[in-house]
Design a protein around this ligand. Structure first.
Ligand code: URA
Length: 208
């Protein structure tokens, strides 16, 4: 069901407290991003349809249920990469596409610089990944890009969102569900989410 979902399980809230802290170093930050992605994935996939399969146990044959969908993860470069491992832990067969967009620091508008997707992406459930949903400009442009390539099943997974970005996506892409761990109150004048966690890319890759 499309819409906006805050996945606020106690484990997620606890890990988010660690992620936000300025004292959390690069290694721990990267690990926690990955763990949060795993936990959110659990919620994202909870309503997936199942099909019956016959399984031979050591004792007999039995009927089991299994997911019958193909997935693609599409991290928005570069911070979205920090969520891929955590999702692969639950869905190891997913293919990975990449969308490279950055925000022009003056206009805050997204600019495309690299995109590569699995050839059968339109047959897959697509999980679009970006730890931060700030203005929503980058995510909206990434969704446009996917839709132009006939992708129809898109879910946007973020770790921290804010109302401006959420409203933009829900208005421009009402068919796309958003899953977030936290919806923070505001954006500052530099386009950072407050209280947020700073620049997610820099903190994942240790570039600052
Ligand atoms: N991107 C980030 O990395 N952090 C923010 O707060 C907003 C956008």
């Amino acid at each position: 069901m499309p819409g906006f979902h805050v996945v606020n399980h106690p484990l997620i809230q606890t890990k988010m407290a660690m992620l936000r802290s300025v004292d959390t170093g690069t290694k721990a930050f990267r690990e926690i991003c990955s763990e949060l992605a795993t936990l959110i994935c659990y919620e994202v996939t909870k309503d997936l349809p199942l099909v019956e399969v016959e399984v031979e146990t050591p004792l007999c044959t039995t009927t089991c249920l299994t997911i019958d969908k193909k997935f693609a993860f599409v991290p928005i470069l570069r911070a979205g990469l920090g969520m891929v491992d955590g999702l692969h832990r639950l869905i190891p067969t997913a293919k990975v596409g990449h969308i490279g967009l950055y925000r022009d620091p003056k206009t805050l508008e997204p600019v495309e610089y690299y995109c590569k997707l699995p050839p059968d992406i339109c047959e897959r459930e697509v999980l679009l990944l970006d730890p931060m949903l700030a203005t929503g400009g980058t995510a909206s442009m990434a969704i446009d890009y996917l839709k132009e390539r006939n992708v129809t099943n898109i879910k946007l997974l973020v770790l921290v969102s804010c109302p401006v970005g959420v409203d933009k996506i829900l208005k421009e892409h009402p068919d796309v569900s958003i899953y977030t761990a936290m919806n923070d109150p505001e954006l500052n004048g530099d386009g950072y989410i407050v209280p947020g966690l700073g620049d997610a890319g820099d903190r994942i890759f240790g570039t600052k």
